[in-house]
Design a protein around this ligand. Sequence first.
Ligand SMILES: [Zn+2]
Length: 245
Amino acid sequence: MPQESAVAMVLSSAPLREQDKQVTLLTRENGLLKAVAPGASKLKNRFGSLLELFTEGEFHYYWREDREWVTLSKGEIRKSFFPVVSAAENVFYFYFLAEIVLQMIPVNHRDTRVYKLLSAILQARERGLAMEWLLPYFLVWMLRDEGLLFNPERCSNCRNGIRERAWLRDDYRGLLCPSCRRGEALVIGRQELEFIAWTKSAPPGQCAAWAGRFAPAPLIRLLTGAIEHHGEFTLQSRRYLPEFR
Ligand SMILES: [Zn+2]
């Protein structure tokens, strides 16, 4: 059977049959990879803590042409984010990030940007940056990478620059200035628009500069709404986040 290896991070892990696990990996180079880890549910197993959420490792696997899932044979941890990811104040946010990636990225999507984005978010959180700012940063970039982000600088109808605030079209595809607005309910303020534009040229590690400039929860809800609208799904894990209560 053909064998291969890939650097990847774990996005989901669930028991399969009595002793195995099924995991979904985001590879650094080649998008998502669905895998079975034989024996991984046993108390003592060859994977150890390699299959924890967001652990980055080198995974060795083989496959058969007639199977959708590859089989993991072994692997080595390159970087464990387990202490950060599993902390009570973080764990539901990381479930949320993983669910978004799993929902938004097609299996054959060969894109390296999402991997880099997640790595940067994990490292920034590890350094203590606030999740309430890292999350909107992540959401903006997921929309931008998929070509789904509205232009935060111009009215999508008259093309005038947005000065103070704007309203989001009901189809989430553009902003409307006060003159072009026709009863749209979702409003977005000057600071929030500047944040969206700022993410284009700044790494997530600089998010601390935004603390206190606006309350991020409404922007988090708005961006999540855009992702759900475009993807035609509802994110199950958002119900555990304080921003959605
Ligand atoms: Zn306008």
